[in-house]
Design a protein around this ligand. Structure first.
Ligand SMILES: Nc1ncnc2c1ncn2[C@@H]1O[C@H](COP(=O)(O)OP(=O)(O)OP(=O)(O)O)[C@@H](O)[C@H]1O
Ligand SMILES: [Mg+2]
Length: 254
């Protein structure tokens, strides 16, 4: 579904994303992890058109989308959530999400259709659909849910979920994972899920990629990646040596 080839982003002399190549298959959930500043959000910005790549290509269903403006990428079926949610504070939750439904489908939906799609998206993330509730009293977890509903209302086939789950407790993190699982099962949406906490992500994803300083340093099944020497170094430092009860070196617990 998505083929990224040598994508690169320079900010002046600084290389935030450096020659990253990978593919995403329809129907999978691909985890994207890496330390703060490793280039995860920048990579999403390059795919979604928020940033123009310095080099490289991004093909969605065979069509080159690198360099397209973000609205066109969205209309082709790629939605993204933002790490820092910025809903319209003066609008109701329903209005916030209905707006995304209109935008994502180029205004080609009727008002009742957009309203129904907003209702469906909010119901999926367990937020009120009464048309009265506003984003005002949503905590960090609620704002993430709204962000997801807004992305889903655009009716994507590929979802780029940028979720730094900071500020969420363990139950809320599990809920966030369950929600993405439902998005795939019930809507057939393919997902790239960014997260820097490994444990919660590893339970759900089919494959995982690891970025470090803008470079893809590992890619594979969660178990393989968690046992990868370079990944362990990135997360625990070069001198880290873990020994399980058996005395054998062990990767991070997943
Ligand atoms: N518009 C910009 N101009 C200059 N530098 C930027 C810009 N956007 C990002 N960067 C830099 O690029 C690097 C990658 O940032 P990015 O936000 O992609 O990291 P991240 O992996 O999403 O981090 P986090 O886990 O904290 O969300 C960082 O060093 C960041 O400061
Ligand atoms: Mg980020």
């Amino acid at each position: 579904m998505l083929v990224v080839d040598g994508i690169t982003k320079n900010f002046g002399g600084f290389v935030a994303v450096n020659g990253v190549s990978f593919e995403v298959r329809a129907g999978e959930i691909l985890g994207l992890i890496g330390p703060n500043g490793s280039g995860k959000s920048t990579l999403f910005n390059l795919i979604s058109g928020a940033l123009r790549a310095s080099a490289g290509s991004v093909k969605f269903d065979g069509q080159e989308i690198a360099g397209m403006p973000p609205d066109r990428v969205c209309h082709l079926g790629v939605a993204r959530t933002f790490q820092i949610p910025r809903p319209f504070g003066s609008l109701s939750l329903m209005e916030n999400v209905a707006l995304s439904a209109f935008f994502g489908q180029e205004g080609k939906v009727t008002r009742p259709q957009a309203w129904r799609q907003a209702e469906e998206a909010l119901a999926l993330v367990n937020l009120p659909t009464d048309g009265v509730a506003t984003p005002e009293n949503l905590g960090a977890a609620g704002l993430k849910k709204l962000e997801l509903a807004r992305a889903l209302a655009t009716q994507p086939r590929l979802l780029l979920a940028d979720e730094s789950l900071g500020g969420l407790d363990e139950a809320e993190m599990d809920q966030a994972a369950d929600m993405l699982d439902r998005v795939r099962r019930e809507r057939g949406v393919t997902i790239i899920w960014v997260e820097h906490i490994m444990g919660v992500l590893m339970r759900l994803v089919d494959r995982v990629m690891v970025l470090d300083h803008g470079e893809l340093i590992a890619e594979g099944l969660p178990r393989e990646v968690a046992a990868d020497r370079r990944v362990i170094e990135v997360y625990f430092g070069r001198d880290y040596e873990a020994h399980g009860e058996s005395g054998q070196p062990a990767g991070p617990e997943i």
